[in-house]
Design a binder for this molecule. Structure first.
Ligand code: ZN
Length: 445
């Protein structure tokens, strides 16, 4: 069964030569790309792509899908990170499996409609019987390639931590459940649709022991490690006061650097930490909207890239963004680096690379993130003939400088998830209605 995407205005390959092919075609078979070029033919299905830019599916490296149920909560709208968390923790404590499943469906569909084919998720609270399994079931239904991470919090308020005691778990139980979900769901093979990571929430919500044990466990199982690091000044101050060192040192001491590790935010990395991350192959999930929304600062993406560091994009949770649109996030990344470093700080094409290939590298996926024979058929098709981009002189640049912010078609593992700007795997109005009912129930107390 073949599908030929034919006659695109431009195919942006992100291959080794970063080729852009005018009038380009992409041929896919059994979930894999078999040819990219001009004048390709097939006896299978043909999908016309005239007027479209075709890119690799975008890759999201940081999210908390459950937070789609707590968007624009009044008490958290204008707070810094720690105050924002304290407003939301008691609401999240009332979640259960139904909330986790439905909010994940909403967040995943929102990502799909914005061109994302591969996403990670960081779920670090498991109230009232919720499990990582709930999000994995949601992703299987939506059809995205999914890297869920088993997050955790173990230090509650009475032990000097930030979260309420009702949201923390005993550390032995956390490690046991990490083993359970890795054994049940992690697929190390090329083309995998699910890979599980281990992800204690942050240095201010778990112990040093758990960080160290998590790293040992991840290496034993051959899975990746993820957490939040150096998100803002409060975060760095906490590290200095509690651990007597900066976040980079803390990470390195506990085994949290390397090609199998990626950290979210890293807004406050200093020069030595940037060098450490680049040298060790440690990845960074850059979340520009969240960093703006919480007033955290501007991550040193230019410096990280110049040092040879790995950077991907993340929409972060939908309570601190509060959107989950990945192509809009790419535009924000472009603009934010320019605020910090001037208009020549970063080109559109470099940000597109971060949003695709860069994210795939951060997540350890050499089978995704580019359009080339042998890569997985994760493909986004953007219709540039709408009002947003009318009059543009360069459709590739226009994708981030103008729009659209909704994909026309999205393929994941060769399967069409979005067609004509609509979800084909979900009854989206029904999912939205269910989500709004759950939000009302939570707001009612
Ligand atoms: Zn986060």
């Amino acid at each position: 069964m073949e599908t030929l995407i034919r006659g695109a205005a431009v195919v942006v390959t992100m291959d080794g030569a970063r080729r852009e092919i005018a009038g380009g075609d992409v041929l896919i078979r059994q979930g894999e790309i078999v040819a990219v070029g001009q004048g390709l033919t097939t006896t299978g299905t043909v999908l016309e792509a005239a007027g479209c830019v075709v890119t690799p599916g975008l890759v999201n490296t940081h999210h908390h899908l459950y937070q789609t149920l707590t968007r624009a909560v009044p008490g958290g709208q204008d707070a810094l990170l720690f105050g924002w968390l304290k407003t939301l923790y008691p609401i999240w404590a009332r979640f259960g499996p139904e909330e986790i499943f439905t909010s994940a469906q909403v967040g995943l569909a929102e990502l799909a409609l914005s061109g994302c084919s591969l996403t990670s998720d960081h779920l670090y609270l498991y109230p009232n019987g919720a499990r990582l399994d709930d999000t994995i079931a949601a992703a299987a239904e939506v059809g995205l390639r999914f890297h869920p991470t088993r997050g955790a919090m173990s230090i509650g308020e009475t032990s000097g931590g930030l979260p309420p005691d009702s949201l923390v778990e005993p550390e032995a139980a956390i490690l046991e459940d990490c083993i359970r979900v890795v054994d049940a769901f992690h697929d190390p093979r090329p083309g995998a649709m699910v890979r599980v990571g281990i992800a204690p929430c942050s240095p201010f919500s778990v112990s040093r022991d758990l960080m160290r044990e998590a790293a040992l466990l991840a290496r034993d199982k051959g899975v990746m490690l993820h957490t939040h690091l150096a998100e803002n000044d409060e975060d760095v101050a906490y590290s200095l006061a509690t651990f007597g060192c900066r976040p980079g040192q803390y990470a390195e001491d506990l085994g949290w650097t390397g090609v199998d590790v990626w950290h979210a935010h890293c807004v406050k990395l200093d020069g030595a930490e940037i060098d450490l991350f680049a040298r060790s192959g440690t990845g960074v999930a850059h979340c520009p909207c969240s960093n703006c929304r919480l007033g955290s600062g501007i991550a040193p993406v230019r410096a990280l890239r110049d040092a040879g560091g790995k950077v991907g994009l993340g929409v972060d949770g939908s309570a601190s963004n509060d959107a989950g649109n990945l192509v809009a996030e790419a535009r924000q990344a472009l603009l934010l680096q320019r605020v910090a470093r001037g208009a020549d700080a970063m080109s559109v094409r470099e940000v597109l690379e971060i949003a695709t290939l860069g994210g795939a590298q951060v997540l350890g996926r050499d089978d995704c993130g580019s359009l080339a024979p042998g890569k997985r058929a994760d493909i986004a098709i953007w219709d540039m003939r709408g009002i947003e981009a009318a009059g543009n002189w360069d459709p590739v640049a226009a994708l981030l400088l103008c729009g659209p912010t909704r994909v026309r078609d999205l393929f994941v593992e060769g399967r069409r998830v979005v067609a004509g700007g609509q979800m084909v795997t979900l009854d989206l109005p029904a999912v939205i209605a269910r989500q709004n009912r759950l939000a009302q129930r939570l707001a009612g107390g």
